[in-house]
Write a protein that binds this ligand. Structure first.
Ligand code: KIV
Length: 286
């Protein structure tokens, strides 16, 4: 794909057809969005994982539309040429098709995202259809769906038995059948995810669903080693920002205590000639 050009769903579909893998990462703020765009990320998800990664909640359930919109706006500003997906938080679409359309629309109008993502399979098909009818690009999300992890018995991989795999295939076909443009599989065995990716025409992404999907998604805070609470099995850590930042802060504390910071180069001196006038002024005060 042409460097620096924002991709459309047609480009993403063409990449699938050409077997060109798509790189997708979460981001929640302006600077990481800038880094992601500079790194050549093809897509960014402003995930409701911001609840844990930014706000320190235990899960995604408390995350609000307002929080998602504020972070999506910041990401949009940081990555104006990247395909940005807004993540619909818990209770922004569960109650009715009307709520789903309204809140999906807010992501586009107020934050300027390119698409929205919502969790669930057959049970959210009417929501997906309603959002599509409003002209909005939709990404489905099945497998481990954190917003309903209570019903799954916790944050557990899905599709590990035949019955569970069949349900995932049915959900995936229903989501594509409803007209969704993209699908994300979370914590699904590679053999099941690979089958779904091959069977569907829309791009299918993996987060913990193995290498056979059309693209991969990771949580930025896991990738850079910023999120400390736990590390899911599927994460590959590419940096240890927590260590780098903590060490930098320790050095700062040390320098402040020792009077080694600030040095002369960090100071704004008086304009030439004004310093002697100031000394004169000080003398008059004595
Ligand atoms: O919120 C998020 O980042 C997500 C991923 C876990 C898939 O939905």
């Amino acid at each position: 794909m042409e460097k620096g050009k924002k991709l459309s769903i047609l480009d993403l579909r063409a990449m699938k057809e050409k077997k060109e893998k798509i790189a997708w990462l979460t981001s929640y703020d302006f600077p990481t969005a800038q880094f992601a765009e500079a790194a050549g990320m093809e897509m960014i998800l402003v995930g409701d994982s911001l609840g844990m990664c930014v706000y320190g909640y235990e899960g995604t359930v408390p995350v609000t539309m307002e929080q998602c919109l504020v972070h999506s706006e910041a990401v949009r500003r940081g990555a104006p040429n990247t395909f940005v997906v807004g993540d619909m938080p818990f209770m922004s679409y569960q109650r009715s098709d009307e709520d789903a359309v309204w809140n999906a629309g807010r992501f586009l109008k107020e934050a300027g995202v390119d698409a929205i993502k919502l969790e669930g399979g057959k049970r959210v098909i009417s929501r997906i259809r309603a959002i599509l009818d409003a002209g909005i690009v939709v990404c489905g999300h099945i497998g481990l769906t954190p917003q309903s992890s209570g019903q799954l018995g916790g944050h557990k991989a899905q599709g590990r038995t035949l019955d569970s795999a069949k349900l995932l295939v049915e959900d995936a076909l229903a989501i594509e059948g409803a007209g969704a443009h993209l699908l994300l599989l979370e914590a699904v065995p590679p053999e099941v995810a690979g089958f779904i990716a091959k069977r569907l025409k829309i791009p299918v992404f993996s987060i913990g669903a193995g290498p056979y999907c059309d693209g991969q998604l990771l949580i930025v805070s896991d990738l850079i080693g910023q999120f400390q609470a736990f590390t899911p099995k599927f994460v590959k850590r590419y940096a240890n920002v927590a260590e780098v930042v903590t060490n930098a802060m320790k050095d700062y504390v040390k320098d402040v205590k020792a009077g080694a910071f600030p040095a002369d180069e960090h100071c704004y001196h008086m304009v030439k000639g004004e310093d002697s006038k100031f000394e004169e002024f000080v003398r008059t005060l004595k």
